[in-house]
Write a new protein. Structure first.
Length: 245
C-alpha cells in the first residue's frame, strides 16, 4: 500500500502566509469517459465503497478545515444538489454554481468563486480525484499572487505527463515529467483577473503563474485515483473497501 499522506519536493519558495478555508469542486463535466455509468447520473455521484465520490471529496476537505465549498454543476445538476443539500450534515457550507453552458475548468472556478465568502486562497479540486493530498500543506507553498499544484507520477493513461518540477517550481514539460493531480491552491487574486461567466481552461492561469515564476509544485506520493475511467473507478472502489470499510 502507498505511503498515505506523504508529500515530497524541494521548495525554494518562501513559506506562504495565505489562509484558506474555502474550496471549489469542479463537478460540471459530462463524464463521457465513463460511458454508460454517467448516462443517468453524474460522475460526482459515482459510488465509491457505497458513498458518492463527491461526498468523499467533501469529507476529505472538511477534515482538513475547509468548510466553505462551491460546486459547479451542469450534467444532472439537480441530482447532485438533491443528494448534498446545504451540506450541514457534512459540516460544510455548500454553494452551487449552475452552468447552463459549460465554462470549462477555469471559467467554472472563476464563476463559482463569486459565491464564496471573501478570503485569500482557495483550493480547487476535481470531483473525480480521490486522494490523501494534504491541501493545507499544499497551501503553505502557494506564493502570493501565484498557485501551488499537487503533482503525481504519470499514470498509465497519461504517460507523457503534463509538467516538470524543478526545485519546487512547476515548469513546462521536460524529461522527467509529472502529471497534474487535479488538486491545486490559488491566491484568489490570480483568478479574479479573469471575468466571471466566461469560458476558459484552468491551464491559462496556470501558464500565467508559470510565466511569472509563481507556480509552486508538490510531488504527492500518497494514494491518488482519477476515477474518470471505468478501470480506475473499479480500482478506487476496491481500495476504499479494503482500507476504509
Amino acid at each position: 500500500m502507498p505511503n498515505i499522506g506523504s508529500i515530497a519536493a524541494m521548495f525554494h519558495f518562501p513559506q506562504s502566509t495565505l489562509e484558506t478555508s474555502r474550496a471549489v469542486i469542479l463537478a460540471a463535466g459530462l463524464g463521457t469517459r465513463l460511458k454508460f455509468y454517467t448516462e443517468h447520473k453524474p460522475k460526482a455521484l459515482m459510488s465509491i465503497a457505497d458513498e458518492p465520490a463527491i461526498v468523499r471529496v467533501i469529507r476529505s476537505l472538511v477534515a482538513q478545515g475547509i468548510h466553505d465549498i462551491a460546486i459547479n454543476l451542469h450534467h444532472h445538476a439537480d441530482l447532485v444538489q438533491n443528494t448534498l443539500g446545504n451540506g450541514n450534515h457534512l459540516n460544510a457550507n455548500l454553494y452551487y454554481s449552475y452552468e447552463s453552458s459549460l465554462l470549462d475548468s477555469g471559467g467554472g472556478v472563476r464563476t463559482a468563486l463569486d459565491l464564496l465568502p471573501q478570503g485569500e486562497a482557495v483550493v480547487v479540486h476535481n470531483v473525480d480525484i480521490l486522494s490523501d493530498i494534504d491541501v493545507k500543506a499544499l497551501a503553505s507553498h502557494c506564493p502570493e499572487g501565484g498557485s501551488a499544484l499537487a503533482l503525481v507520477h504519470n499514470p498509465k493513461h497519461n504517460q507523457d505527463g503534463d509538467f516538470s518540477l524543478i526545485q519546487g517550481r512547476v515548469s513546462a514539460k521536460q524529461n522527467p515529467s509529472l502529471t497534474f493531480s487535479g488538486v491545486s491552491v490559488w491566491d484568489e487574486s490570480v483568478l479574479r483577473i479573469y471575468p466571471s461567466k466566461q469560458t476558459f481552461s484552468l491551464i491559462k492561469p496556470i501558464q500565467q503563474t508559470m510565466a511569472n515564476v509563481s507556480c509552486a509544485g508538490v510531488l504527492h506520493q500518497g494514494f491518488w485515483f482519477d476515477i474518470g475511467r471505468p478501470h480506475d473507478l473499479i480500482q478506487a472502489n476496491r481500495f476504499y473497501r479494503e482500507v476504509y470499510l
